[in-house]
Design a protein around this ligand. Structure first.
Ligand SMILES: [Zn+2]
Length: 224
């Protein structure tokens, strides 16, 4: 028994490194849905330069590789006074409300709603924080796709918890379902959404101009 116990203690890390097959979805389709996550910001926050530029889109790729949009969400902790409403959590809340709406399109039972996430992919404009990474794994999403990395956010001065989502995923191997992990999709576009909030003189997103510490909608730019 003596030499078995150390081996058993290694098992969790072996289980956690299970590899999924290569990404079956094309980069073009990944980019298209990431744009939907970006667009969720202007749709839900009514400005091209929201402070918390964390948007998310939840997509079903199981019926066709092109995918179908299920719901969107955007960080709304400032407008709702709820510190957990990051973009990913807001999108999950929106999807579950849709799934279980007795008069809606899906009319799923609570159990069916929970199971539905196994078929879904979440796209998010920035790498999920530890809370959202855990929620994504607890939900059992089929896929998690992000744009701007936590490393970039921290370099830009964002007060992020310094645990990347890969670390949370690596420690989630005991959960029933696996989640494909795709990072950096369209980061060259989303990085620009996060450059002004904590960088003195940082460039504003398109359609906005700096007024003191803020980026505000440019004169002549139509409010969304
Ligand atoms: Zn989060």
């Amino acid at each position: 028994m003596k030499h078995i116990l150390p081996l058993l203690s290694l098992l969790p890390s072996l289980v956690l490194t299970t590899q999924l097959p290569p990404d079956p979805i094309s980069p073009q389709i990944r980019s298209r849905w990431m744009r939907t996550a970006i667009d969720a910001l202007s749709l839900l926050k009514s400005t091209p330069c929201p402070f918390d530029a964390f948007g998310a889109a939840i997509v079903n790729h199981t019926t066709s590789p092109e995918g179908t949009l299920i719901c969107i969400g955007a960080n709304s902790l400032r407008s709702d006074g709820n510190p957990t409403l990051h973009g990913e959590i807001a999108a999950i809340n929106n999807c579950s409300a849709l799934f279980t709406d007795a008069g809606g399109e899906y009319r799923l039972s609570m159990r069916e709603a929970l199971d539905a996430y196994a078929a879904l992919s979440i796209y998010t404009t920035a790498e999920a924080c530890p809370m959202c990474s855990a929620a994504i794994r607890q939900a059992g999403f089929a896929e998690y796709v992000y744009a701007t990395s936590t490393k970039t956010l921290i370099e830009l001065g964002w007060p992020q918890i310094d645990i990347d989502s890969a670390e949370v995923f690596r420690r989630s191997g005991r959960l029933a379902r696996e989640t494909r992990f795709v990072g950096g999709v369209l980061a060259e576009e989303t990085d620009g959404l996060f450059k002004w909030q904590f960088q003195e003189g940082g460039e504003c997103p398109a359609g906005c101009e700096r007024v003191g510490r803020e980026c505000l909608v440019s004169q002549g730019h139509d409010e969304l």
